[in-house]
Design a protein around this ligand. Structure first.
Ligand code: FE2
Ligand code: FE2
Length: 295
């Protein structure tokens, strides 16, 4: 490993040890919720530019935002759990003083704390998430068991980069519920280190990737984004808040939401895909079709 990379990993390990952010003390868990608090930037609420949105009452809009942010926390919690499984397997047979092993151990510690923090946030918001479908659970399990390291790290990076932008919107939204603001702040700070490390690690794969490998990498990122969006935008939530024909509305809202989500949350990730020539004659039509964006 080049000396500059080693020095960078040592620096990241040091920051993680010297400046741990404990959700127990960092998050103002006892802050009482007030009516003026918001749960989600309106532009990230799935129905916000659907004609039906203006017909919803303030209570329904508030409930929709609360339920969707719960859904996002649930999605993170689950995907971070899967990634911890992969990291544990990846470091298992490495020497205890291996720098990658030592950083990933810190990452497992932090991701374990994040999972607990997301679960506590869901409890704090007082709503049960809509469970993952059997297909999602099956696919997640298969991927984490069978994906080679470069695919698994890429999946992790894709979710982290997306979550970073999503969290930034939460953190900066005027009137955001303080618990959510601090959760987003903590996550942004710690994920920035994970992103730095994973990008560095992935360079050994992406720098030498030819056409077919770039194509596969692009598909892995695309799969992960579709995965997150489809666990997030759920007809069950529309039904629960009293929207008529929830399945139909979900179909109509989803494509629209994907375009907006790409604009608001995927800019840095799409740039990254571009950096390893991930948009090509095969993948471009797929990105357009699945993600509804001009790749
Ligand atoms: Fe995390
Ligand atoms: Fe992470």
């Amino acid at each position: 490993m080049p000396t500059d990379q080693l020095a960078q990993i040592e620096r990241l390990i040091r920051i993680s040890k010297e400046h741990p952010l404990l959700p127990e003390t960092f998050i103002p868990w006892n802050t009482a919720e007030r009516e003026e608090h918001v749960f989600l930037a309106e532009k990230l609420v799935s129905l916000s530019n659907h004609p039906i949105y203006s017909a919803l009452t303030t209570v329904q809009k508030r409930e929709l935002a609360r339920r969707e942010v719960v859904q996002a926390m649930y999605g993170y919690c689950w995907s971070e759990g899967l990634f911890c499984l992969f990291m544990t397997r990846y470091i298992l047979h490495r020497a205890p003083d291996d720098p990658e092993r030592r950083f990933l151990l810190r990452e497992i510690v932090e991701e374990s704390r994040h999972q607990e923090m997301f679960a506590d946030t869901i409890e704090n918001l007082g709503r049960k998430p809509v469970p993952l479908t059997r297909f999602h659970r099956w696919l997640g399990g298969v991927c984490v068991k069978l994906f080679p390291p470069d695919f698994a790290f890429l999946s992790c990076l894709a979710v982290e980069m997306m979550a970073d932008r999503y969290g930034e919107h939460l953190r900066k939204e005027p009137g955001i519920f303080p618990v959510l603001q601090k959760v987003a702040q903590l996550h942004n700070i710690e994920e920035a280190r994970h992103i730095l490390f994973t990008k560095m690690l992935l360079k050994r794969y992406t720098d030498t990737a030819g056409f077919w490998r770039s194509t596969m990498y692009s598909l892995v990122v695309l799969l992960n984004m579709w995965f997150f969006q489809s666990t997030y935008v759920r007809a069950e939530i529309y039904r629960d808040i009293g929207v008529q024909n929830p399945a139909r509305i979900r179909r109509q809202a989803f494509a629209n939401y994907q375009r907006r989500f790409a604009e608001e949350c995927l800019d840095s990730l799409l740039e990254f895909v571009n950096s390893f020539n991930g948009f090509n004659v095969l993948t471009r039509p797929l990105w357009r079709w699945v993600m509804k964006i001009q790749a």
